[in-house]
Design a protein around this ligand. Structure first.
Ligand SMILES: Nc1ncnc2c1ncn2[C@@H]1O[C@H](COP(=O)(O)OP(=O)(O)OP(=O)(O)O)[C@@H](O)[C@H]1O
Ligand SMILES: [Mg+2]
Length: 258
């Protein structure tokens, strides 16, 4: 049974970086097979993992809807979608990457979406871990094509504005129809002097335990500036150290059902 980790938070807080380092830790250090899912229409997870992405699930959805004739004779729609999804999974050493692509247009996608959901649920069972990088905000999660999440991590900067938006996201997460077993708040870019007192109070109001505190990491910034894969980040990276600690502890607790 796959353990699903989903990363969310407001724009630009470090979600994709956290997701990419989670994939790196699970796949390259713990040698677990991971399905990395880029659920952000503005897809960047592939680039951060050094993977060239040619096709997304959205392309399949459009193709199946628009060009019904492109389905080879003798192949059912189900088989066609399954075949196409397999084609858009990038296979890398230790992990596979699936890019969801942009949200659907105005057509009726119910049938295709139902097939996609069924396929993704089944495919995810083949991996011990699924790591999902989400687009900024939370609204899209209610339209999600996958079911339960074992661990939902909300990433935020330790500022008053950051705490307020983390609270909105955490409140929305509680109302979702998808089951979320465990949740935590990850603070990113914590200044050397620590989190300001005024912000601590606001963070308590979010209603989630702080499960990790990440400092500014100049190596991460350097990789990002140069467009280098985070798989090349030095093993002693400060951000990677926190990712290891958070994922170890929260997955262990999540599996125990704590
Ligand atoms: N701890 C850190 N130290 C230094 N740079 C960081 C840190 N965390 C993230 N960054 C940098 O901040 C930028 C934004 O990070 P990232 O793309 O992961 O955010 P995001 O939340 O996924 O953004 P979006 O909402 O656009 O998807 C990147 O350039 C990344 O390298
Ligand atoms: Mg991102």
């Amino acid at each position: 049974m796959a353990f699903r980790v989903a990363i969310c938070g407001k724009g630009g807080v470090g979600k994709t970086t956290f997701a990419a380092l989670t994939v790196r830790y699970l796949a390259r250090e713990l040698k677990k097979t991971v399905l990395a899912v880029d659920a952000d229409p503005n897809a960047t997870l592939g680039a951060m993992l050094g993977v060239a992405v040619d096709a997304s699930v959205a392309d399949i959805r459009e193709e199946t809807l628009e060009k019904k004739d492109s389905i080879p004779s003798g192949m059912s729609k189900d088989q066609f979608i399954e075949f196409k999804i397999q084609q858009c999974i990038a296979e890398e050493k230790g992990f596979d990457l699936l890019t969801m692509g942009r949200p659907e247009g105005p057509g009726c996608y119910c049938f295709v979406n139902a097939l996609l959901r069924r396929y993704l649920e089944r495919a995810a069972e083949d991996y011990p871990f699924v790591v999902i990088d989400n687009e900024a905000g939370m609204e899209h999660l209610s339209r999600r094509t996958d079911g339960a999440v074992d661990l939902l991590l909300v990433v935020t900067e330790p500022t008053v504005v950051g705490a307020e938006s983390a609270k909105r996201i955490a409140d929305l997460a509680r109302k979702l129809r998808i089951t979320v077993k465990r949740k935590g708040l990850v603070l990113n870019r914590v200044p050397p002097e620590g989190v300001a007192e005024a912000v601590r109070g606001r963070l308590e109001g979010v209603g989630l335990d702080v499960v990790g505190e990440i400092p500014q990491d100049d190596e991460v910034a350097r990789c990002s500036a140069n467009g280098e894969s985070l798989l090349e980040l030095p093993a002693e990276s400060r951000m990677l150290a926190v990712v290891r600690e958070v994922i170890d502890r929260e997955v262990r607790r999540g599996k125990k059902g704590a």
